[in-house]
Design a binder for this molecule. Structure first.
Ligand code: T1G
Length: 697
């Protein structure tokens, strides 16, 4: 008897129970245990039917992702599923929680499936760069037909028990909440009605019905847009199609071939890294797991602009009341109107009801009085990037907020310690940097000041989860982690255009890598005036900031999307960047003024200069301890800037390119381009020298 899978008979039913927390993943021990328990069930003459259930929070949630990339140990999952399917005794699966991936495939190998109400089933392998590799692509379509199987397998979306019943994926759904009870009831029914083992592989009606349908070519065409740059969704279609063209065993072989292609793809490595990194970031090294967390039942937000409004929505969305403060009624009214419009747009798309719009709007209370913040548990300041203004606000908060209130700034670059110095409670001051649009982007960059208490750090990390964000705890420096690296990429991009590249060429290199938009399209979205103001402030402060062709755009009022013209031009009502010959002329003029002789620049040089400067900066960020681990930087870039999850994040991507390759190129750029940004980080040099990766840290 293995300790993760047990067998015992209750009446005439042999019960196989998996007990492998946290999610009963199909590790080698579980797979072996399942075969052993099934064997016991076969040889138990008094067992007339078998029931497969799981202890804990969920039925099997899939293969054990931690085993990926390691040599597969027998028995493979497909073999285990086939053993269940070929059992001479009928097998019932009792499902609760989420039967996912290999878990659903195991259930499909059983002869009957019952689910508790509220349970969900799905084949999310595609989200890991894979496809169902234990018969899911061959058995599911036999129950659902081609269209639904393709939808489920190429999106990885879960379906709830009710829909699964309609689809024929499960045979009964019971309002009870114990899968074993409803499973036993069904198994006893199988025995009393002498129901035979019914193998899904033998169900062929839906295969016959959809044979030769053009649904596969339609699906591939649809994926060209939705799955741009991805590898495994297309292989999913190939695998499902095999169920309609080949006998079952041939189809299984085809599935296996396609599964191995996906398993070996760098995209699987990237997506699996992202899966674990997204969970690991909330475990902050040095912050004890049991650090007390402060209750947040009401929030005050200062600033009803784009950011403040978006931030307010995050809290209202999860039922937390928010005071939204502005200095003028007109600004307050405008901010509230924008929030309402955002909610109404979401309701128009059917994602929320109009009742929810009303509920959430009722939770957001506009105010002009700081006194209303007297009892809130958390304040988030979201005004424009001016230190004096922020310090004045925090001085106010220090006077009106209760003891224990968390005082946070949404600043994207400014010094948290200096802001905290405006209060007598620096231990309660922290950065909570949201990414625009704040109600959409998942990243929350939590910035610890030198005096921020562990309790406040743990509290803002818990708040991130509560408002469905991915929180990353980072140190206090100019631009923290994300913007500090973005700043370097931006400077390289501008320099590349000075030297001869066009903005559109630079942007295409970045979108080809998988970014949702290029550097200059992003500047147009954020507003050219943002960078212009920062450069002008630094020039006023006496810094030697080089002239930039971007300044000329700002001085001509070309501020980006908001003025229908920036680096690109925008047709009325459109956000699509259109190359503007006027800008090419402005750049050529700027080069003449600066005495620059433009040259052709290769895409490879653009890629290396834009990306390696970020990797080098990321290595410096790690050296300084501003980010605790490379995976914190990876998650920052995936959820803050849309870096493709299938590449695993900037530092994971760097490991795949090769640290030594990057280091040598950075060294070379230090010689040919100069500038502090090309001084190789000591950590990069060390890893290159030792043949190590960022992932080894
Ligand atoms: N393998 C290993 N560990 C897993 C795991 C898995 N499949 N799923 C979750 N965990 C860990 C997770 O890392 C975390 O660990 C803890 O469980 C709780 O997870 C052959 C090849 C099930 C919906 O893709 O979607 O089957 O941080 O924080 O929010 O065809 O986990 O506590 O140490 O996410 O309640 C297919 C992935 C695999 C499902 C629960 N299955 N998991 O969400 O908790 S590929 C999946 C999830 C496959 C076969 C193929 C979610 C969840 P720790 P959590 P949650």
């Amino acid at each position: 008897m293995s300790e993760v899978v047990s067998y015992n008979r209750e009446g005439a039913v042999g019960v196989i129970t998996v007990s492998y927390p946290p999610v009963n993943a199909l590790s080698h021990a579980v797979r072996s245990g399942l075969l052993a328990a099934l064997e016991q069930g076969q040889s138990d003459d008094n067992a007339k039917a078998l029931l497969l259930v799981c202890d804990g929070r969920t039925f099997v949630a899939g293969a054990d992702i931690r085993e990926f990339g390691k040599p597969m140990q027998e028995p493979g999952l497909a073999e285990v599923v086939a053993a269940f399917e070929n059992s001479p005794k009928p097998v019932v699966a009792g499902i609760h929680g989420t039967a996912l991936g290999g878990g659903l495939e195991l259930a499909l190998g059983c002869h009957y499936r019952v689910a508790v109400e509220g349970a969900k089933v799905g084949l999310p392998e595609v989200k890991l760069g894979l496809l169902p590799g234990a018969g899911g692509t061959q058995r599911l379509p036999r129950l659902t037909g081609a269209q639904k199987a393709l939808e489920m397998i190429t999106t990885g979306d879960f379906v709830d028990a009710g829909e699964a019943l309609q689809l024929g994926v499960v045979d009964a759904v019971d309002a009870g909440n114990d899968a074993k009870v409803i499973g036993m009831k069904f198994a006893e029914k199988v025995i009393s009605e002498s129901l035979p083992p019914r193998r899904v592989r033998d169900v062929t009606e839906r295969i016959e019905a959809d044979k030769g349908s053009d649904v596969f070519s339609q699906f591939r065409a649809g994926l060209e847009k939705k799955a741009r740059g991805l590898f495994s969704p297309f292989k999913c279609v190939d695998a499902v199609e095999a169920a309609f063209n080949l006998p079952f065993d041939e189809g299984m072989k085809r599935e296996r071939e396609l599964f191995m292609e996906c398993m070996q793809s760098p995209q699987r490595a990237g997506l699996v890294h992202t899966f674990f990194a997204e969970r690991e970031v909330s475990k902050v090294p040095g912050l004890p797991k049991d650090t007390p967390v402060r209750e947040v039942n009401s929030v005050g937000i200062i600033g009803a602009g784009t950011m403040g409004g978006g931030i307010a929505m995050n809290f209202a969305n999860v039922g937390i009341p928010v005071y939204l403060l502005e200095v003028k009624q007109e600004a307050l009214d405008k901010g509230i109107a924008i929030i309402r419009r955002n909610y109404e747009n979401t309701a128009k798309k059917g994602r929320i009801t109009s009742a929810q719009v009303a509920e959430r709007m009722a939770l957001i209370k506009p105010t002009l009085a700081y006194e209303d913040f007297g009892d809130v548990d958390l304040v988030i300041e979201a005004v424009f990037e001016n230190m004096d203004v922020k310090k004045q606000i925090f001085g106010q908060l220090d006077k009106v907020c209760k003891q224990g209130a968390i005082l946070a700034s949404n600043t994207s670059t400014l010094d948290i310690d200096e802001i905290a110095s405006a209060t007598r409670r620096p231990e309660d001051v922290v950065g909570m940097h949201f990414f625009s649009p704040a109600n959409v982007m998942k990243l929350l960059e939590n910035v610890r000041g030198s005096k921020t208490s562990d309790e406040v750090k743990a509290s803002v990390m818990a708040i991130a989860k509560r408002i469905r964000k991915v929180g990353v705890l980072v140190g206090n420096c100019y631009g923290f982690v994300g913007n500090r690296m973005l700043h370097q990429r931006g400077a390289e991009a501008v320099a590349l255009v000075n030297e001869g590249a066009s903005p559109q060429q630079v942007d295409k290199v970045l979108t080809d890598l998988g970014f949702p938009m290029g550097q200059f399209a992003m500047s147009d979205l954020a507003g050219i005036d943002v960078g212009y103001r920062i450069r002008e402030e630094r020039r006023k402060a006496g810094e030697d900031v080089a002239p930039s062709w971007m300044d000329k755009l700002a001085e001509q009022g070309r501020l980006g999307q908001k003025t229908q013209a920036g680096v690109y031009k925008y047709e009325e009502g459109s956000r699509k960047p259109v190359v503007d010959p006027e800008v090419d002329e402005l750049i050529a003029e700027f080069r003449r003024e600066q005495g620059i002789q433009p040259r052709d620049i290769s895409d490879q040089e653009i890629l290396e200069r834009c990306m390696y400067v970020m990797v080098n900066e990321g290595a410096k960020i790690l050296e300084e301890g501003v980010a605790a681990r490379a995976l914190d930087i990876d998650i920052t870039w995936i959820y803050g800037y849309g870096f493709p999850a299938y590449r695993g994040g900037v530092m994971f991507w760097a490991d795949q390119v090769g640290v030594k390759t990057i280091y040598d190129t950075v060294k070379n750029f230090e010689k040919t381009l100069g500038g502090a940004q090309w001084k190789p980080s000591a950590l990069l040099e060390k890893l290159a020298g030792e043949g190590k990766k960022f992932g080894d840290l």
